[in-house]
Write a protein that binds this ligand. Structure first.
Ligand code: MN
Ligand code: MN
Ligand code: ZN
Length: 261
């Protein structure tokens, strides 16, 4: 038993464009299981193919439709949050990408007035031409979105570290969290992905590691687990799975829970 009350799932195959249509039975079963297991918060992660910042017409249309379907499907299931990677500008520049993402989200929100699942933009590691590796990027996107109650941020510790935000010392941890609060605001932080990083600070490479076994190390996770400002923010691990799924998940979760004073 893992004793979790927060869950992150995919509501469809994450590496295809093919959508999943839900039957009423599936929706009922899902809601029943949520009640029975005592899960409090559920997030769904969008397909990895989605890129709202792209300029290629066909792929952008597919991306907007996939996000729209994900929001509708998640809303039907009573899922709280949909997590999205902001996107990659593919050479067109950050300003172009930032506007393109915000405009796409505004359009999708206009088309889905009944959806009450919140969309969360995930901090990125800055791999390739991806956007969202600075807090400023995310603040700019949030600022351009008309319906502010429908969006929030998911902070991934591995990603921000790979993007260059240090959290390994008390000082650097304080500086990074304060910068997040000043730039984006705590009220927008809805979810935290707790992952250590296989790659170095500022490497801009996204490779998750078990808690305490990577380049971030244990201290940052101890501070996060005890930071009163982050106490009410749901936290999820996305650590490597490999062959010993439960074994390592148990290890990582126990490690984190053990930090709580
Ligand atoms: Mn992600
Ligand atoms: Mn993540
Ligand atoms: Zn990642």
């Amino acid at each position: 038993m893992l004793h979790c009350n927060i869950l992150q799932i995919f509501t469809k195959n994450s590496s295809t464009w093919k959508e999943k249509n839900l039957s009423q039975n599936e929706i009922d079963d899902f809601k029943k299981a949520k009640k029975e297991t005592g899960i409090i918060t559920i997030a769904s992660h969008t397909s990895y193919l989605i890129n709202l910042a792209g300029h290629q017409k066909k792929k952008h249309l597919l991306s907007c439709n996939a996000l729209k379907q994900e929001l509708i499907r998640s809303s039907k299931l009573g899922i709280d949050y949909v997590v999205l990677h902001p996107g990659s500008h593919m050479g067109k520049g950050e300003d172009y990408g930032l506007c393109r993402i915000a405009d796409s989200i505004n359009k999708i929100f206009d088309e889905t007035p009944k959806v009450n699942t919140q969309l969360l933009l995930e901090t990125s590691s800055g791999q390739g031409s991806s956007i969202g590796h600075t807090f400023k990027h995310l603040a700019i996107i949030l600022d351009r979105i008309k319906n502010n109650d429908k969006v929030g941020i998911c902070l991934d510790t591995c990603h921000i570290f790979a993007a260059g935000y240090d959290i390994r010392t008390k000082q650097s941890y304080a500086k990074t969290i304060n910068e997040f609060i000043e730039t984006i605001g705590l009220k927008h932080l809805k979810l935290i992905h707790l992952n250590d990083s296989k790659k170095a600070l500022g490497s801009r490479i996204d490779r998750h590691e078990h808690i305490g076994k990577g380049k971030i190390g244990l201290d940052a996770f101890r501070w996060i687990m005890n930071d009163p400002r982050l106490l009410d923010v749901p936290k999820i691990i996305e650590t490597p799975k490999g062959n010993h799924v439960n074994e390592m998940d148990t290890f990582n979760l126990n490690q984190l829970k053990g930090f709580i004073n």
